[in-house]
Design a protein around this ligand. Sequence first.
Ligand code: BYC
Length: 315
Amino acid sequence: MDIMNLEKVFQSKIDDEIKIEPKDWMPDTYRKTLIRQISQHAHSEIVGMLPEGNWITRAPSLRRKVALLAKIQDEAGHGLYLYSAAETLGISREQLLEELHTGKAKYSSIFNYPALSWADMGSVGWLVDGAAIMNQVMLCRTSYGPYSRAMVRICKEESFHHRQGFEILLTLSQGTEAQKKMAQESINRWWKPALMMFGPPDDQSSNTEMSMKWKIKRETNDELRQRFVDVAVEQVKFLNMTLPDIHWNEERGHYDFGKLDWDHFWQVVKGNGPCNKQRLDARKKAHEDGAWVREAAMAYAEKEKLSLENQSKSA
Ligand code: BYC
């Protein structure tokens, strides 16, 4: 089949809601877009463990510690699951990690902010996981089979993450004046960076048009961001707290959320955010420190292979 016909068959599969699988023909740009997005997503899960990891030893009770540990372990699992999904597109794990460590591949801007107080563990769960879920519910129906199936599993665990975050804030909101103040201050600090997780406004989003045509994305960055705002405004009422810069817009039938500083966003994405260097250095160190584990696993695999070969020779 010539390329024009291959493209036609590919698009008609997408239009008919048939998932694209690893061995199916796909345009190069579809493959590249997916490698970029899935790897960025995997890196976000892995780098996203760092701000929370800092709080494990300082969690205020055994119950909080256990829940935070479980959440962070889930994130490691999500990252590995997504790396495997990216590998089905023909890129190796080594290459994926190399691109993260050299700064070529991105990860979500949100993980370049510091977690300064215990309330931040609440805000990360409620706002960061909340924003991630809003996006990932859509991605459960993405056109690439392995990514879509990964998202279904990941979303189930993310709803637990979201609840544990909200519960931390709910507890603080019923505590002392100092605890209430800490929770409100944390919400104020995370709110706008969380809104930026959805990506640039649609008129600055270079990938959305093609990704919508290919049903990699089914809703635009601005549509998801607005839905998240409208939901969060209702949820914050249970905390007796506020979200900064929120105003009901009668004409639009939605909440306005003020101006987001997109110049700042692009600086963070380019590597100049408050914690970019710290996060990458931590990942690179973890990779170097883990070299002996990879070597031991390879040596063990080699030994197993040899013993299987010897067994089949003697049989
Ligand atoms: N940060 O054309 P656009 C979690 C880049 S972790 C950095 O709109 P697209 C959790 C974008 O890559 C899960 N870069 O792009 C873990 C593109 O780059 P190029 C987090 C961003 O892909 C631990 C350029 O800007 N979720 O839940 O159509 C603890 C133009 O953007 C960002 C994911 O990773 C950003 N925020 O749409 C707690 C979701 N936004 O082409 C929680 C997976 C955009 O210039 N990713 N860029 O190289 C996606 O769904 C999509 O990639 C986006 C962007 C909606 C983010």
